[in-house]
Design a protein. Structure first.
Length: 271
């Protein structure tokens, strides 16, 4: 029934107080905390204890420590960065495959897009429409604007997730997209005109289905969009992995030819 009382160490108490102040709204993103010296006095802790606490808070993504004349300790906007980093390590350590990421993304994006269509409202489509216009402009410049176009693609997906009304959809989707762009899209998705135009056409079709409230079609298009991109990346990954292999037999076939030709000439010269 009872457990031993555990005494909280000083640096843990500092972390809890600052973290609670941020999460409960006492401190907002962008707020500047008192200086280290002031915090030491307010919390009655040593300089080393305070700095250890601040390092942990910084690792959690709750505060940012800036150097220089305008430096200080500032509250950060809580986002998916830390989670994206953790997911990236998990994906690499657990050998999560491209297919498994695609399966998860199809489920997540399919559901979010369906919900966005069910809550379709022309007045809420402004952000998505502006992003589509931006993607069209970038697509006109072709592969020269590849990185900017793919960023617009990511923002369109996140904007659709926000329309679904559940912040967790957007949060998890941003985490997945961050790792997808970092590990797969930049490495394997072809940087060519065809990929850009195909992607743009698929995005426009998804947005159109959402704006019309066609939930079934919107979900199906979102899933097909993810699946098509995954298949393209798998093929590219296979070609990259297979590139060293075809070169070996080519070299082996070239080398024996002069050796084989000599005996044939000798044979023909024999009486």
């Amino acid at each position: 029934m009872f457990t031993k009382v555990r005494q909280i160490r000083a640096f843990e108490s500092v972390i809890q107080q600052v973290q609670n102040a941020i999460l409960q709204g006492g401190l907002a993103a962008g707020d500047r905390l008192p200086s280290e010296r002031e915090l030491q006095g307010m919390l009655d802790v040593s300089r080393n204890t305070l700095r250890e606490s601040l390092r942990v808070l910084e690792q959690k993504g709750l505060v940012e420590i800036r150097k220089g004349h305008r430096g200080g300790i500032f509250v950060k906007q809580i986002n998916a960065d830390c989670m994206a980093e953790s997911l990236g390590l998990f994906v690499q350590s657990q050998r999560i495959t491209m297919e498994q990421i695609s399966e998860f993304r199809q489920d997540l994006e399919g559901l979010a897009t369906r919900r966005a269509a069910l809550q379709a409202n022309p007045g809420r489509m402004g952000d998505v429409d502006r992003l589509i216009v931006r993607a069209e402009a970038l697509a006109e410049d072709g592969p020269a604007q590849w990185d900017a176009f793919m960023q617009a693609d990511k923002e369109i997906h996140l904007a659709l997730a926000r329309l679904a009304g559940n912040p967790l959809h957007c949060f998890f989707l941003e985490t997945v997209h961050t790792n997808l762009h970092r590990c797969h899209i930049h490495a394997y998705l072809p940087r060519d005109e065809e990929t850009i135009q195909t992607t743009l056409a698929e995005l426009k079709a998804i947005v159109q289905a959402v704006s019309r409230g066609e939930s079934d079609r919107a979900e199906a298009l979102a899933r097909e969009h993810v699946q098509r991109a995954t298949e393209t990346m798998k093929q590219a990954a296979g070609r990259k992995a297979g590139n060293p292999t075809p070169s070996r037999p080519t070299l082996e076939r070239v080398k024996p030819k002069p050796k084989n030709s000599t005996p044939r000439h000798v044979d023909r010269s024999q009486p």
